[in-house]
Design a protein around this ligand. Sequence first.
Ligand code: AP5
Ligand code: MG
Length: 207
Amino acid sequence: MYLVFLGAPGAGKGTQATRVCEKYNIPHVSTGDILRANIKAGTALGREAKGYIDKGLLVPDEVVIGLVEDRLAQSDCQKGFLLDGFPRTIEQAKALGKFAKISCAINIAVDESLVVERIAGRRMCKCGESYHVSWYDKDTCAKCGEKLYQRDDDREETVKSRLEVYESQTAPLIEYYKELGVLKDVDGSQDMNKVFDDIVRILDDNH
Ligand code: AP5
Ligand code: MG
């Protein structure tokens, strides 16, 4: 399984990726998580990325492409992987096509009105789990017990810019993967268990 998850900010890519990777035992490669880990560790990459992320803009293609190419070359990715948040531009998709053959691109489609509410209520754990205040009222992680936090780029004005960037630069990838014949749409506005069932059905039918 060489998978790509497409979808607007807050569509549920991370939520579904965690479950899918657990079920099929493949690595979850999230460029957002990798960049945030670099910011936290204070690396040169993190310092460069922070300026873009805080404004809701994309980190330059050449930076993320190199990062993903290195990650996919690691041994745990040889039998499959799930890319969450990459590619995000046509340039990134073309580069990816040179070092990996994508077997399925799943587009988690949701209405913009829903994603704003989802992002505003999101609470994260550093172990990677994410929650929403509408169904989880504790301030510590159910999996590891760590304290939950809100992402810096989940502020209202940054979210607005992330959504604009998504529409102009990332949404065209839906057509790109449709033309390659690997695109599958999932209705991401449903309950998350239902979204998961739909994804599993698609993956079991296609692999
Ligand atoms: P990234 O971390 O990828 O953020 P994003 O794409 O904006 O997506 P999110 O993580 O916000 O949303 P999600 O779809 O994962 O939703 P989630 O499952 O958490 O990127 C961040 C930044 O890094 C970018 O802005 C950019 O600067 C940089 N970057 C990253 N990759 C890059 C790249 N390739 N190129 C250049 N720059 C890059 O769900 C959201 C909330 O909704 C949660 O609270 C969840 O519990 C809830 N929820 C999920 N599903 C449901 C459901 N079905 N029903 C109800 N609630 C739900
Ligand atoms: Mg995410």
